[in-house]
Design a protein around this ligand. Structure first.
Ligand code: ADP
Length: 866
């Protein structure tokens, strides 16, 4: 057995091997240790290998899914080795091969690899989160990216420049990434597959074969790089499914530039999809998701991960949100109906993948039925926006299929097929007849019980059924004797502690009738099931389109609901570089403050324009600088997603790239030196931000010494202002930077207001114009509960420092002059140079003392001193 196990383990590679033994999946060696740790189950041992006991643990087959879910969540991949023959078959084989029959080992094979990116089981998937698998490779200097969610069949092919890979991967947010051998990409835990899988020709051939088409031209322009990545993705899926491919729709070609570009650092610092702790909690998504369906929530996450840059498309989405926002009754109706819509896309995914159940068919029926009702209802509304108009046809068109499924299925079909009972009465006359036969026989058996009681006079006689004996007659032991007589008409079957069990000819006949009819009925239901699945699969593209249209409506209804709840506004989208937000709020912080119930969020304006595009924001710690920066970035992002925004009014010139950076000390958890990270990230902004970009920089430069930090912050502001010319909010506690306002004409100074009141600091969280007057560091420290003596001591140190600063001109003495007075500096230098020339020309030894004195007076005059 170990030999077979080890061979399979070699095939499984770094996946944990689930080795089927009877009713358990067993794990051995290191696999067992790892799984036992993750699952918190007992680690035992079995036999020995190489003189050592073999560590082992196991999970029951019937509850394997929940264990799999935990292993996958912990980052493991699992190979499932099933028994592929019965013990009898194994014995037969042994006989044929002439090996000892008693030791015949059941053949096993890996039937599937379960990995984070290849899940379809309902129990293993999160309803409100897409499950994306991505593959990428490079072809002639371009990177192809293929990604799919096999739980819904969606597949997208795209292409980008090598330097844009990181941002694209951050947007896609794949659970699992596949790379060709030798390709270096910024991915942790990637799955490496043979380079040959990523050839564009075979990729194209695979895609054509999968969709049964002779050409892919009709589906969008796919480049070589896209096809190569697509091929790699399909090859991996084939490998994971051991030859069977999951459900995939026709691939879409994505246009890379159609999205607001954000790199991974920006995404995590804005906490868009995931909060600081990595989960949904605290994220923008959690704060705005009011979707009624899982599919809607997944689409909203996708929208937020890839906001648009095309004004018309954004406005289309906004018009749909407005339509539902302005009509609360319609919205409430729609959301009510949507709540009852099952997850069509995932049910379809399971059916096409061959893992569907009667319940999935029922969900298709119900979902399509609801879609039709939604279409009829919305189709009657006046002034329908374009996006709704485009969705309506996708919601219908399934009349025949829905009718068919309605006739064929019982109202709530089960998830299991083995007991039948899911095909409705009246759908198939032959099936009904078989059911009647078994029904009659069951009734006959019930009647038989009464008759036998009469005939034998044993009131306690019962006819029962179990899995081993089938139907049998049971009487208490004390009454059994008469039935034991050879001519009693009863045949003895089993003697129990207190009862004896019998059979009879009539019972046997009726029971056979039931089992025969039951078996045939089951087979009939099975064939109907397959035929229904085929019918659904034929319509898969159209069903997927319906699912997509419902999800889009759900997102819009959820956005409208959230907007109404928070009194949000519809942003105006323009093609210029304006950014004018009136009374903007941070959706997550505002919600948190409200939940805590103690404080009201203070709204703030933000007005950037070409002549005033960089705001330098000072003020005390905890004053609300970061919050202000992020709220504006989030408002831009939400607007370009096509949603309303938390503000009184917003005018947003479309942003091409969004950057968000936080000074090093805020994210200490990373491996690299934090200051290094900060600088690497800042370098990325300086090289990529454009005049259309929006950049928020929070305390950049604080990860190093004061002088270095100030110098870097200074230079970064100058570069963003003068070279990138992006719209930018820059929060800083370096007062000295205020002097930049003298040299940078499109830069203005702002601060978050604070007041000291009776010796205590009051943070107003209100933005005002002008530089911050002081830093209030000690007051914040006091607020934070630093001991009084320490604050007092810090105060005397500060006084000393400030005195020193007053005498020397401070940390930035002379800095303000740097760019502004550069011309004056040059003139000064030239003057010095003429003095130097005169000195150099002087022959000191040839001078008399009197002459020397005269020259000295002359030089002093030249230097400007009389
Ligand atoms: P800073 O970046 O200036 O140190 P933060 O933006 O981190 O300050 O804000 C600190 C805290 O102040 C936040 O956690 C929040 O609770 C509160 N806060 C920030 N902005 C506002 C606001 N506009 N209205 C009310 N409370 C705010």
């Amino acid at each position: 057995m170990m030999e077979q196990y080890l061979a399979l383990k070699r095939e499984a590679g770094d996946c944990l091997l689930f080795y089927r033994m009877g009713d358990f999946f067993e794990l051995f060696f290191d696999d067992a240790k790892r799984a036992a740790g993750v699952l918190d189950i007992a680690l035992t041992s079995r036999g020995e290998h190489g003189g050592e006991p073999v560590p082992m643990c196991g999970v029951p087959v019937h509850s394997a899914e929940s264990y799999l879910a935990r292993l996958i969540r912990a980052g493991c991949r699992v190979a499932i080795a099933e028994q592929v023959e019965t013990p009898d078959e194994a014995k037969e084989r042994a006989k044929r091969e002439g090996s000892p029959v008693s030791k015949a080992l059941v053949a096993r094979d890996i039937v599937r690899f379960v990995t984070a990116g290849t899940l379809t089981e309902d129990a293993l998937l999160e309803p409100r989160r897409a499950n994306t698998l991505a593959a990428l490779c490079e072809v002639r200097g371009r990177v192809g990216l293929a990604h799919c969610d096999i739980s819904t069949g969606r597949m997208v092919l795209e292409e980008c420049a090598p330097e844009a890979v990181e941002a694209a991967l951050a947007r896609i947010g794949a659970r699992e990434v596949v790379l060709p051998d030798g390709f270096d990409a910024p991915v942790e835990d990637a799955i490496v597959r043979p380079d040959a899988d990523f050839a564009s020709d075979s990729g194209e051939a695979r895609l054509k074969a999968l969709h049964g088409v002779a050409t892919l031209d009709g589906f969008g322009g796919f480049t070589r790089a896209m096809l190569a990545a697509g091929g790699g993705l399909l090859a991996y899926l084939e490998h994971a499914g051991r030859g069977t491919l999951p459900f995939l729709l026709l691939p879409e070609a994505a246009q890379g530039e159609a999205h607001l570009a954000m790199d991974a650092a920006t995404r995590s610092s804005l906490e868009i999809i995931a909060g600081a702790k990595g989960g949904r909690e605290g994220s923008l998504l959690a704060a705005i998701d009011r979707c009624s369906t899982g599919a809607g929530a997944r689409l909203l996450a996708e929208d937020l991960a890839a906001p648009l840059t095309d004004r018309v498309r954004i406005e289309d989405r906004l018009a749909l949100v407005r339509f539902l926002h302005d009509d609360p009754l319609l919205r409430a109706d729609l959301r009510g109906v949507l709540r009852a819509v099952p997850d069509l896309a995932r049910a379809l995914g399971r059916l096409v993948a061959g893992r569907g159940s009667p319940r999935d068919l029922g969900q298709i029926r119900d979902g399509l039925g609801e879609a039709r009702r939604i279409r009829d209802h919305l189709g009657q509304q006046a002034d329908r926006p374009a996006l709704l108009e485009a969705s309506l046809p996708k919601l219908g068109g399934h009349g025949a299929l829905v009718d068919h499924l309605e006739r064929a299925l019982v109202p709530s079909p089960p998830t299991e097929r083995q007991n039948g009972g899911y095909i409705a009465q009246g759908y198939d006359a032959a099936l009904d007849e078989l059911r009647e036969v078994s029904g009659n026989a069951r009734r006959a058996i019930a009647a038989m019980e009464a008759r036998y009681r009469d005939e034998t006079g044993i009131a306690a006689l019962k006819i029962k059924h179990n899995g081993v004996l089938g139907y049998f007659i049971e009487v208490p032991s004390k009454h059994a004797d008469p039935l034991m007589a050879p001519d009693s008409g009863f045949i003895h079957r089993q003697t129990m502690a207190g009862a004896v069990r019998f059979n009879s000819l009539q019972l046997h006949e009726e029971a056979s009738r039931i089992s025969e009819a039951g078996g045939r009925a089951l087979a009939a239901e099975e064939s109907h099931f397959e035929e229904l699945v085929d019918t659904v699969c034929e319509a898969r593209e159209a069903i997927a389109a319906t699912a997509g249209a419902i999800a889009r409506l759900d997102v819009a209804a959820g956005q409208a609901e959230r907007a109404a709840e928070g009194n949000w506004c519809r942003p105006e989208i323009t093609d210029d570089t304006a950014l004018a937000i009136t009374a903007g709020r941070h959706p997550v912080v505002e919600q948190a403050l409200r939940a805590a119930g103690n404080e009201r969020f203070v709204p703030n304006d933000c007005r950037l324009a070409p002549y005033d595009r960089l705001w330098l924001i000072g003020g005390p710690n905890m004053g609300g600088k970061s919050t202000f920066l992020r709220q504006n970035a989030l408002i831009v992002l939400m607007a370009q997603t096509g949603g309303y925004v938390p503000a009184e009014a917003a005018r947003i010139g479309i942003v091409d790239r969004l950057f968000s950076r936080v000074g090093a000390s805020d994210n200490l958890a990373r491996g690299r030196s934090t200051f290094m990270v900060e600088m690497v990230e800042t370098a990325a902004i300086l090289s990529q931000a454009t005049e259309r970009s929006f950049v928020i920089l929070d305390e950049v430069g604080r990860g190093t010494s004061t002088y270095d930090g100030l110098a870097l912050a200074w230079a970064v502001v100058e570069a963003v202002h003068g070279t990138n010319r992006s719209r930018c909010l820059f929060a800083t506690h370096y007062h000295e930077l205020a002097r930049l306002a003298e040299s940078c004409d499109a830069l203005s100074l702002h601060h978050v207001r604070a007041r000291e009141w009776k010796g205590d600091l009051v943070l107003l969280h209100e933005l005002a114009e002008g530089p911050a007057d002081r830093s209030y560091g000690l007051a914040v420290a006091k607020l934070a509960g630093l001991p009084k003596e320490v604050v007092a001591r810090a105060k005397s140190v500060l006084d000393r420092l400030e005195k020193g600063r007053a005498e020397t001109g401070g940390l930035a003495a002379g800095l303000g002059d740097l760019p502004l007075f550069s011309a004056a500096l040059k003139a000064q230098e030239e003057e010095c140079d003429s003095l130097r020339e005169t000195l150099r020309a002087l022959d000191v030894d040839a001078l008399s003392p009197r002459e020397a004195l005269d020259r000295l007076y002359a030089l002093k005059r030249e230097a400007g001193e009389d």
